[in-house]
Design a protein around this ligand. Sequence first.
Ligand code: ARG
Length: 587
Amino acid sequence: DNVENETGTVRQLLAKLCKASLRATFPDDLELEPLVAICTGKFGDYQFNNAMGIWSKIKGQPGPFNKPFSVGEAIRKTLPPSDMIESTSVAGPGFVNVVLSKPWIAKRIHAMLLNGIGTWAPVLSVRRAVVDFSSPNIAKEMHVGHLRSTIIGDSLARMLEFSNVEVLRRNHVGDWGTQFGMLIEYLFEEFPNWDDAGEQAIGDLQLFYKASKKKFDEDNTFKERAQQAVVQLQGGSPNYRRAWQQICEISRREFDQVYQRLGVHLEEMGESFYSPYIPGVLHELDNKGLIQESDGARVIFLDGYNIPLIVVKSDGGFNYASTDLAALWYRINEEKAEWIIYLTDVGQSQHFEMFFSAAKRAGWLPQDGGYPKTTHIGFGLVLGSDGKRFRTRSSEVVRLADLLDEAKAQSKKQLIERGREDEWTPEELEEAAEAVGYGAVKYADLKNNRLTNYTFSFNQMLDVRGNTAVYLLYAHARICSIIRKSGKDVEELKMTGSIQLDHVNECILGIHLIQFPEIVEDAITNLLPNTLCEYLYNLSEIFTKFYSTCRVVGSEEETSRLLLCEATAVVMRQCFYLLGIKPLYKL
Ligand code: ARG
């Protein structure tokens, strides 16, 4: 076999072998699917776990098998010969342990170095996906919840893109709510010359929002005028449209600054975009008999919920749910997305479950699995050191721009304390401070299982010795410096040299490296970026062990070991990339 032509993860390649063996051993049971996992014991790298399940089906029947062990033994014996396997053995209840061939691992790593990390991309069964993330509300503050959505969503989008899925990165901004009536009416009344004054009239949008909300709550006639303004806006009246545009533009610019700093790309397709589709979509649902009248509102009753999904409010207006139904319809039918992923805090779970369930009843989504499919990714809260919702000292919502400023300032201080100010140009210092600071914020978020709440702490996320972005960025920079100091040209080594895995710590590093594709596959299928963080952290620890036991520069194995260093750096960089963290080559 030719390593370069073997596509698929190690797990998939082994599954093929295991399957062949299952077919040969149990030709009558075509349902048997291979069960391959990373070895839990120390007798192999991977294991096949089919024997026990098969045994429980066949025990008592006449045949050659007298216990699970003998089933395992039969699977082992019929395994087709393969370059990838060094040896196999059967353990207790029939696990088949597989030790991978060191030369095979080495060749696989070398092939990746020559052909690029792209050749290690997992292959998924989806071709086009929508990731609906970030999605702040216009004129309201973009808070840490939106930051989580932005960071996790971007990382998932990156993993899908790496896996050659076409990703529509959608910013479903709240730009169409009733709050616009209030904002526009306030603008008209307080700033009659708003159209000439431009955005100066509005100034700080958050303050503007507060002021108009105050008037709305205190002045009943204003409230009525504001409600009329919504009707005007939604009816398309040009003046109202222009004012709305202007308000959105200010928000947009603020959001974009945050995205730019975080290096996150998004396409805005806000609630307003889908509003023309709502009547048609509701008409379709009505024709299918889904919509009922309840207390003057139009609603969909769903099994398993004691409240219905409201799709038209009693005042005749549309809401969050009607917009999401229209957006889903659009994404399935117009954009032909197969997988639609939404990111918000877990507080919105019920909303998503309910409108997904309505979509199933409408026949937009298959009843029992398959494509198109929708997934809501809920995540926990960001907490402050007091264990409560993360706020500023004056208990205001934390502004994301301030938070990023602070992250950058603290990491810069740290770099200066380490004496980098004298070694680097001011530009290099800025760049490193941003990479470390923003990377720290992202990694601190991503390394947690997204469902749990996490405590925001600059001290923790900038700890050079912890499981942090800083620690990992240092580890990567150190590898780069080892390679630089060797004075060797890696490109040349790749062409002329080869990798040998002899020392036990070289073998451990090698196996960990070739597991990268299946880790990405797991992270993206389960939508858990923390899987990748864990892998990256382990990689860096495993590398440290290798480096402290295997001399690289000046050793007999120098070429092979430099190539291992390079492969580690390449895989680390790909992890950073998938997590949205900018790697540094010196630190
Ligand atoms: N704008 C909403 C919020 O801030 C999040 C929107 C999420 N996306 C969606 N399609 N509902 O809570």
